[in-house]
Design a protein around this ligand. Structure first.
Ligand SMILES: C[S@@+](CC[C@H](N)C(=O)[O-])C[C@H]1O[C@@H](n2cnc3c(N)ncnc32)[C@H](O)[C@@H]1O
Length: 458
């Protein structure tokens, strides 16, 4: 992702490892046999330079990661460092009106949400979606004597900039019972409708709109906030029969807004998604943790338009790629597993009829090189040292911000110490000034003891 251009992606969906402490592999004999990934994390699994990079460029995220270590330990912090450096890049490559959906579960969703808040900004948080991922035989139900079973995943939705993010609200059709209950009025010609008169005028809380305050066919505007529609639109809708004026006894008149069953687009979908079943039947490639196509279709339709670019940086067996292809979007899938590419190819052949896979100019281009981009910040030695020392001064052992630690030669140059990486360390300003070019490390530590400065490093 570091090699991808800034502002080039419309929608990112990521379904990374969840820090589940399981190692996954596809069953022998299945289409996905050979696919495997581990989901246990330790400090050895991450590049220590990331820690320093985050400390330098993202102090807010750095604090979140430190708090994670305090509350959940080093494994969770390692996982979060791994995610943090990637989410920083994801924000950079998103377009201004782009969106990101992070699929996870309650193991780490609360830490990820704070990390996302610190990277995207809290005001760009849109939704926490709960997807009911299993029906019966719920994962975790074997422990149901000790706690409730786990049967939902969490999908966090953030926009790059909430003022501009595009959104096509997904709708769901009504059941017969819901329809009968909602469309409980009928015209003489049999057409069913519901009374939507509550939506004729803007509610006062919506704020005054002088251009929507007018008199129409003898109806005065009753609220300072005005009508919901402009005068022209209101007249148009009236002519279409979507508004009706009822004459009551005594000469009073009432205005009714009608929504016909045949015009109804469906119910808006909330943030509880219990209508999408887990992967099953033909669709199931037995790829570990494969997600259903229908889930990805909903996400892609809601937050991108035809021809736009969708990225899945942990694409697995290409569920997001296949859904994007079907919906006429361009797409990029990234996965660390070589097996994933075999699956992408066979799946897209089968589901989308794509034949041409090449390393250069096919319908689908397969790259194994790392893209390069001008202006990438490469991790530097200071980043590595900061990560290795855990942000602590190598002299007094106290913790410091990245900017407050400076590079120092362990064996001073004046005593023949080389510039080699293994002769470098980070010291705070105080230790650096005591050590100067005269003392070696043993001398510095003795001097610190004399001064009574705490030394957690021993
Ligand atoms: C939860 S699965 C994704 C499943 C996918 N949504 C699907 O429907 O098939 C996570 C994927 O992340 C991949 N992965 C793990 N670490 C990665 C990394 N550092 N970079 C890219 N992919 C990685 C794994 O190989 C695995 O395919």
């Amino acid at each position: 992702m570091r090699g991808m251009e800034s502002g080039s992606i419309d929608l990112i969906y990521l379904d990374p490892p969840f820090n589940s402490k399981h190692d996954y592999s596809a069953p022998i004999g299945s289409k996905a046999a050979g696919a495997a990934f581990k989901d246990t994390w330790a400090l050895n699994d991450i590049d220590v330079a990331w820690w320093g990079e985050i400390a330098d460029a993202h102090p807010a995220l750095y604090k979140v990661l430190e708090a994670t270590k305090e509350s959940a330990g080093k494994s969770m912090m390692s996982y979060m460092i791994n995610m943090g450096v990637r989410i920083i890049e994801m924000r950079r490559i998103l377009k201004n009106d782009g969106s990101l959906y992070l699929h996870c579960d309650p193991t780490a969703s609360h830490y990820l949400k704070i990390a996302l808040d610190s990277i995207f900004g809290h005001k760009n948080f849109k939704n926490e979606i709960s997807w009911k991922r299993s029906t019966s035989g719920q994962k975790g139900s074997q422990h149901a004597t000790k706690k409730f079973g786990h049967n939902r995943d969490v999908i966090l939705l953030y926009s790059r900039d909430s003022r501009h993010a595009k959104f096509n609200p997904p709708k769901r059709p009504l059941t017969k019972e819901e329809s009968d209950e909602k469309f409980n009025r009928q015209d003489p010609d049999g057409r069913r409708w519901k009374d939507d008169s509550a939506h004729i005028w803007r509610t006062p809380g919506m704020g005054a709109r002088p251009n929507l305050c007018y008199e129409w066919r003898g109806f005065q505007n009753p609220h300072p906030a005005g009508w919901r529609l402009s005068k022209e639109r209101l007249e148009e809708e009236y002519q279409r029969g979507n508004f009706e004026i009822i004459k009551k006894a005594g000469g009073a008149r009432r205005l009714i807004r009608k929504v016909y069953e045949s015009d109804y687009a469906g119910e808006n979908i909330g943030n509880l998604w219990d209508d999408i079943l887990p992967v099953q039947g033909e669709e199931d490639l037995k790829y570990p943790t494969q997600k259903p196509l229908q889930l990805l279709e909903r996400i892609i339709e809601a937050s991108s338009n035809e021809g736009e670019m969708v990225l899945d940086p942990f694409c697995g067996c290409a569920t997001a790629c296949s859904a994007a292809e079907k919906l006429g979007r361009k797409w990029i899938g990234i996965d660390i597993s070589a097996k994933a590419y075999d699956l992408v190819r066979s799946r897209l052949r089968r589901e989308a009829g794509i034949e041409k896979f090449t390393k250069g100019a096919g319908e689908v281009i397969h790259r194994v090189d790392i893209p390069r981009r001008k202006g990438t910040r490469s991790p530097c030695l200071k980043d590595v040292l900061y990560g290795r020392q855990g942000g602590n001064c190598n002299g007094c052992g106290e913790h410091f911000r990245y900017q407050n630690l400076t590079m120092d030669h362990v064996v001073p140059r004046s005593k023949g110490g080389p510039d080699a990486d293994d002769n470098m360390q980070l010291l705070c300003g105080h230790c650096n000034s005591i050590k100067g070019g005269r003392l070696n490390m043993a001398g510095l530590k003795t001097r610190l003891m004399e001064l009574g400065v705490g030394n957690r490093n021993g």
